[in-house]
Ligand binder design. Sequence first.
Ligand code: ADP
Length: 433
Amino acid sequence: MSGFWERVTNLILVAAVTGLLLATLGTIATLALYVAFLLVLLIRHWHNLTTLDHWLRTEEGALPDSSGRWGDVFARLTRLMREQGQSHQHISSALERLRRATSAMPEGVVILDEMDRIEWCNPVAEKHLGINSSRDAGQHITHLVRQTQFAEYLAAQKYTEPMVIKQPRHQALTLSLQFVPYGDKQKLLLSRDVTRFERIQTMRRDFVANVSHELRTPLTVIGGFLETMLDETHSDPETRKWALALMTDQTRRMQSLVQDLLALSQLEDTENLVREEEVDVTEMLRNLYDEANSLSGGRHRISLDLDTRVKLLGSTNELRSAFSNLISNAIRYTPDGGSILLNWAIRDGQSVFSVQDSGIGIESEHISRLTERFYRVDRGRSRETGGTGLGLAIVKHVLTCHQAKLEIVSEPGKGSCFSAWFPGTRLSLPENE
Ligand code: ADP
């Protein structure tokens, strides 16, 4: 029944009952009865209201059962509260999921309010910026990231490009920071660790500077001679011959440099290739031994000691280039009359190629840096003997591509031993061994 008809029916019912009561009990008694009835009704309403008020304030337990309209109101309220509880649970679990996803991000994320105060940050941002999500909540971001450059970036409000800074507390870390405005003046601060990228950039710059430096000297020498020769058209043949010999020497130097640079670049390009040719090291070393003798021109006592005939799985060309670099270094850094021993052996289940010389040796502080590109202990001696400063970098690279290790033992004035250790997995035993 609709509300209107219900009300009409009730009115008719009340009028009929009132008429009946007046007719049977008289006016006074009917009024007294109604007063009593209204009093009971008032007490019931007052009780239900108090109960509702108490429940709304404390939200303790469930609403009591009641009949009639109050029952309907209580039931509706209970349903509303249940629905609200469910949607609250929904929102908090969605928020929790969002926080967990943000925490798992490789980038640091800081949520800032409209006054640039920290609201929340993920663990990566804590590590990057040295802040603590719970301790530092409410702090202005510039109180924690104190670089002036950062405050200027924040104030300038041009956030299309990130800014790069050293980590506030650990300078070894380089960070890229970027603000992302959202909502009503709020911001996200994203931080990314770009230390490796910056290091590569620095290496690239150093490398270009080194190559230019290496090329500048021979080019200056050749250019100078050519100018002199152009001016002095009548210079004597002896001087010309001398100048041409020097120019040839410098040209060779540049050729070696370009060759080594190409070798390195090729090694970098093919870093992930599988190197599994069967390399006959014994045969290779016999050839290298002959070459060493002709390079030394009888100035050194060179011996070859082949303890094993084991073959290697790898790249013939690359291994040849690495071994030949080690041998030529031994010749170049061993004064005349010194001795050089080439050895191929199996030790502790690994195969080892070593070059032992009785040369000038190396101070211990240089040893860990020898395989860096263009690192030389004595620049003059390296150049005099035709070194490019890239030989050991090539050796290291080749060995890394073969999962092998370079060991350097040296004593100044006594000599050095460079050993290449190949893992057992790279050995290929001849059938009759
Ligand atoms: P370089 O072309 O200058 O020889 P390398 O990369 O081959 O460049 O070697 C780096 C440096 O290591 C050399 O400049 C030299 O100082 C040192 N070095 C390499 N081999 C030897 C050795 N057998 N004895 C002494 N010093 C060596």
